[in-house]
Structure formats: C-alpha cells, structure tokens
Write a protein that binds this ligand. Sequence first.
Ligand SMILES: Cc1cc2nc3c(=O)[nH]c(=O)nc-3n(C[C@H](O)[C@H](O)[C@H](O)COP(=O)(O)O)c2cc1C
Ligand SMILES: [Zn+2]
Ligand SMILES: [Zn+2]
Length: 444
Amino acid sequence: MPSQPGHNGWRKKTGGYEFWRKTLNSAKYVVAPMVDQSELAWRMLSRRYGAQLCYTPMLHASVFNRDQHYRNEALQSCPEDRPLPYKLDVREQAGCQLLTVHGRTKEQKGPKTGLANWKYIKAIRDNVKIPVFSNGNIQYLSDVTRCMQETGVDGVMIAEGNLHNPALFHGIDPPIWKMAEEYLELVDLYPCPLSFVRGHLFKLFHHGLVIHSDIRCMVGTGKSLDSLKLAVLKMKERCLNDMEKFRTCPEMFESKLPHPYWICQPYVRPSPEEAEENQKKREATKRPLDLLNIPADMIGMSKNKIKKKIKNPHKCFDGSKKTQYEKCESCQNPRGKKCAFGLCKKCCKNKTKTETLDCVGHGIYLKSKIEIQEQCDTKRKELDLLEHRLTSGSTYNAGHQEVKGHQEVKGQGHIPDHCDNFAGKNTEKEAMTECCEKEITEVT
Ligand SMILES: Cc1cc2nc3c(=O)[nH]c(=O)nc-3n(C[C@H](O)[C@H](O)[C@H](O)COP(=O)(O)O)c2cc1C
Ligand SMILES: [Zn+2]
Ligand SMILES: [Zn+2]
C-alpha cells in the first residue's frame, strides 16, 4: 500500500478510512492486479467505463529495486491514471490500511475455482476497522450492488469480469469489437507488449473466437499491432453481418450464452465437476508414449528427446555434429539460418527496407505491414457503411437518435433500464456519466 512520506523520514500512515477517503477518493469500483493484463491502456479503458481505482500489475519487489527498465515499464502511468502499485512485500503490509478479501479457499483455483463465498467476507468486514474490498465472482453490476449490500464491504474488486466486459461497472454490455477498438486506440497512446494485447483480445472475443476460429489464428499469430487491428476489423465485420441476420432470424443464434457472442458478457467457468469431466476426456484422447516399442537407436534417450526424434527423425542432439555457420551472401558475418535471402540480420534489414520485402526468418514484415495497413483502411471504410446502415435502421434507433454506440445494443435490450435517459445529451459519455453517477449515488 502506498502511504504519505512522514516526518520521521520513513512513512506516516493515514488511518485506514482516512487513507481510503483522501488518497483513494472513496473508490468502490476497483480493477484487480492482473499479471500482463492491467497495463496502462487497459486501466484507462476500465476507468472510462466506471472503474474508480485500478491496480498496477503485481510488482516483484527485488527486480523493482534493481532494474530501472522494469520500473519504467511496470509503473507506466499518466495523470488520469494514478494506479495503486501492488508490491509483493509482506513487511510493508504490517500496518495494513485496507484489506481486499477474496472469498475462495486456497484449493479453489484453476478448474476447481467454483464460487466465492461472501459469508467469510462479511465475517471479516464485521471484525476489522479498516476499509474492506470484496473480490471474486462478480459478473454483472447487479452482483456488485448485491455484494456490497450483503457483506457491507466498502468496495468491490474485479478481475475476470473486467477482462470480459471492461464496461461492467457502467452496467452496460457493449459490442465486443467496440471495446476492442477503443482499447487499441489507447494502446496507440500508451504502448505495451503485443502479448498483452493478444491476451486482452482473447478474453474480449472469447465466445466469438469459438465460432470464428480463423480470427483466433490471426490474433494468436499477429506479429504487429496493425495485424491485430485487422483481426479486430474482421471480427467487427463478422459481428455486423451476424447482427444483420439476427434481425430477421434470431433462432440462428440460439445458444446457452446470456447474449449473442458479439456482446460483452461474463465467461462462466465450467463447474468443478464439469471441469473434472472435461479433463478426463482430454486425458483419454492423449496418446501415451509406447515405452515397449522404442526403436533400438533411441533406447537410453530421455522421454522428451524420444518425442522430438519421433516427430523429426533427422533431429540431431549431438552438439559437435552441428553444421558450421554459413557466411552471409553479402558480408563476412554468419548468415541467418532461416533468412529468405541468405543474409545476416544487418544485411537483411537493409535489403528488406530498400526493397520493401518480408523475411520471415528474421522476423521482418515490412511488405506485410504496408499490405495490412491498406487492408485495414479498406475494411474500415466498408464497415463504416455497414455499421451505419445497421445502426440507423429503425430496430436500433428506438427513438434515441442522438447517441450512437449506446443504441447499437439498445435495440436488443442490453442497456439496463436505469440507463435509458440519454436522448438529448450531446455525447454518449455525457449521458453515461450522468447515468452512472446516478447509479453510484443509488449504491451509497
Ligand atoms: C489474468 C489474471 C491475472 C491475475 N494476476 C494477478 C496478480 O498478478 N496478482 C494477484 O494478486 N492476483 C492476480 N489475479 C487474481 C485477481 O486479482 C483476483 O483476485 C482473482 O482473479 C479473483 O477475482 P475475479 O473472480 O474477479 O476474477 C489475476 C487474475 C487474472 C484473471
Ligand atoms: Zn533475412
Ligand atoms: Zn551480411
């Protein structure tokens, strides 16, 4: 927990509730620390949609102390962000000012996650004098309200629910591509590793990727932010097309999900029993290594090596037999083993730059980059038209001409009743802010 620098040269703690009110502005809607997923761009998106306090990812205290680069990357922030740094150092928590209680036991993890138990949270709430946040199992805004009423906690912290619907605290379920597009715009402003972006798209698009597995592939293998943007545009295109079909034939999209796949919604984990069942099925289909029929030349090798050798019979594990380095076609350096042009990395960089080419072996995708940007531009134009056609149709308007975006889902009843009053507002944000302020005062 951060605290004020004190007169004794170390730290003077403000009392728990004072700290919460003054430093944390009485935040009650909290986004959890999430490794590789609570970077600045995501925190800014979550804040735009109602989060009042966001944690940084967990920081490793010892690396933090010794590595400047780690500090810069881990603590990337901006004036509107002011995150709560989360440091793994138990000693600092000795004078605890705020407690977040997770309502699951230590055994409830992975497939055995199951449901959090609010009774324990209430018991703790009733027995400490500092602010308490509850954590676990929040899927909708209604759960947040219910949790606060049932347990008496001061705030609610969410992780998975936020990843699947970053607008959860606003009580709305926006289209998945809209959240993805807004997030990618924020990544342009606040860059982060591509793997974080992939992680977010996998969560946001979870149900959509089950249906559109080619897009899963694009997200998984995309080598640049542009290629992930293209994947988002593709998803948007599929969603808009399916929304159009949905208008005339909703039966086509019947499923166990609470909403069609193009709407942000919680990922409901399989129950521990279902998870165990699925695990058994997976294990039954796994082929065990047949230890009795190992070819003579592989006897004595480790299991891993045998597996590799079966996959690739030419595999050679003897270091001394490795081929000598071949020279680059244009200089004396060793050439890249997989270089498309038989060059070293430096020469390959030069060639691909001057001639606008790709070299997969060297991970250079200049030609593709330009092609992808062109594809993005074309797709964007096409989709603007399609989106306009869909969202200005009478089913989507329902008398709320002023605010686009909101009304897209409005026609399908995904905007909660309390959020009905946005006609006449200048912007969607204005309408939502007012609506959500109302929500907050209602909760208090
Ligand atoms: C992707 C992901 C990353 C997480 N990373 C961290 C972490 O770095 N440190 C931590 O204490 N908890 C971490 N958690 C746990 C969450 O903070 C939270 O306690 C847990 O997910 C339960 O809340 P939920 O039911 O709202 O998901 C992570 C959770 C998720 C889903
Ligand atoms: Zn190359
Ligand atoms: Zn060279």
